[in-house]
Design a protein around this ligand. Structure first.
Ligand code: UGA
Length: 433
């Protein structure tokens, strides 16, 4: 099929390349000429395992192209909208400027009868409103939320654990048939497919992310209790995780969640619920957010308290900048936040991340970035592990002790073996451990 993907960021670039890998002919449209040039040269503008490979394969096969010109999307039968919906600068709600602009710019070019498919995360009610814009122009609209995780984005797109189609209006059956054709090879593997109305599809997405955020803040709340009782939150998570109704996934306590999705989605959901007069229904998400932000400060406090005097001028190695491993994304990153907060207190912070150095440097040029993990550790008076990269988890405590000035480690992701580190002479502190 002929497809277009409007917006080539984290979501759109992966979706475009993944759809081409399924055999469709895809054009990715983005207003950012530099991004289009990078993608057209076969390079992903983000670090995402496997993306460069399917990008290059798509370009080589002629199935995939990128353009800044909406006219190049004219012949597509299906137009995916994958632009960002960041948090508004003036509040907690979602900024829909890019979604509205994408649809406005697409309509004059799109062929009558083609299907516009929203993938962006939007406040409930948005699709119904946009249908009122799209249908009078002779097009159809469906909402098909995306559940990909950064670091696994390619895999999650070509082999998702479910597909959700939000449809409405007289052409709903046609819309379902068109989406089934797009995802035919995925559906052949018996992937669950749920057909809903627009509102449900929009809510599925924010409900899923809210649930995940709540799960993380729940275990971090338990970490706070563990800290004053001497209990071990990791063992607690293991024990409750054996109950299949609870499950062990997303029960890792630490410096909490970040990224371009969970934080802004729970805030946008809260704002939308308030608009709908149901603020109390999701008021707990404010606490989820507060618990999450408290954990960053908790780690900073632990580092500061480990020194006899002020932290000013003390050398602290902060290992990690990305909001999670296998990503160079620093949006709302707890790791970067910890580095910035310590720097703000006057500590001599030296940061290192295997992939996120460039994105972090652009956003925070005031921080000091080491060229290597070893350089970051050398002469450090405290070490904080804040992103659970494999390289950090596999650090040898004895060899690392040789590099630092003071063997004091803070395990912001609870991924190190406390016994092994203590045995090598380290003062080990985890988060609720
Ligand atoms: C999240 C969802 O997991 C995806 O399903 C969703 O599609 C995506 O948002 C989106 O809306 O686009 P992502 O932002 O890539 O995906 O990251 P997650 O894997 O959910 O991790 C989020 C944060 O939670 C990270 O900072 C991670 O370190 C943290 N986390 C995760 C914990 O602190 N503890 C855990 O147990 C798990």
């Amino acid at each position: 099929m002929q497809l277009s993907v409007i917006g080539c960021g984290y979501l759109g670039a992966v979706h475009a390349a993944a759809m081409a890998s399924l055999g469709h002919t895809v054009v990715g449209i983005d207003v950012d000429a530099a991004k289009v040039a990078t993608l057209s040269s076969g390079k992903a503008p983000i670090y995402e395992p496997g993306l460069n490979e399917i990008l290059q394969a798509g370009l080589d096969s002629g199935n995939l192209s990128f353009s800044t010109d909406y006219a190049d999307a004219a012949s597509a039968e299906v137009h995916f909208i994958g632009v960002g919906t960041p948090q508004r600068k003036d509040g907690a709600g979602a900024d829909l400027t890019y979604v509205d602009a994408a649809i406005g710019d697409l309509l004059p070019h799109a062929t009558a009868g083609s299907l516009v498919v929203g993938k962006s995360t939007v406040p409930v009610g948005t699709a119904e409103r946009l249908a009122g814009v799209v249908r009078p122009a002779g097009l159809r609209l469906a909402w098909n939320p995306e559940f990909l995780r950064e670091g696994f984005a390619v895999q999650d797109t070509v082999a998702p654990d479910r597909l959700v189609y939000g449809v409405g209006g007289d052409a709903a059956d046609d819309d379902v048939a068109t989406l089934d054709a797009v995802y035919a090879s995925i559906l052949e593997r018996d992937t669950p497919r749920l057909v809903t109305d627009y509102a449900t599809a929009e809510l599925v997405k924010v409900a899923a992310n809210s649930f995940l955020a709540t799960k993380i803040s729940f275990i971090n709340a338990m970490a706070e209790i563990a800290e004053v009782t001497g209990a071990d939150v990791t063992q607690l998570a293991d024990a409750i995780g054996h109950d299949v109704r609870i499950g062990r996934k997303f029960l890792n306590a630490g410096v909490g969640f970040g990224g371009g999705c969970l934080p802004k989605d729970i805030r946008a959901f809260t704002a939308r619920a308030e608009e709908l007069g149901r603020g109390e229904s999701v008021a707990f998400l404010k606490q989820v957010d507060e618990i999450n932000l408290r954990r960053r400060q908790r780690l900073v406090d632990l580092v500061v308290d480990s020194f006899d005097g002020p932290v000013f001028g003390r050398r602290v190695a902060v290992l990690g900048l990305a909001f999670k491993p296998d990503s160079d994304d620093i949006r709302d990153s707890p790791a970067l936040d910890v580095a910035v907060r310590l720097k703000g207190l006057g500590a001599e912070v030296v940061s290192y991340d295997p992939q996120a150095m460039e994105t972090a440097r652009r956003a925070h040029p005031q921080l000091t970035y080491a060229d290597s993990l070893e350089e970051a550790l050398t002469d450090a008076e405290a070490v904080a592990v804040v992103t659970e990269w494999k390289q950090f988890k596999e650090l040898d405590p004895a060899a690392t002790a040789e590099l630092v000035a003071r063997p004091v480690v803070f395990d912001g992701r609870n991924v190190l073996d406390p016994a092994a580190w203590r045995q090598a002479g380290w003062t080990y502190t985890g988060m609720g451990r």
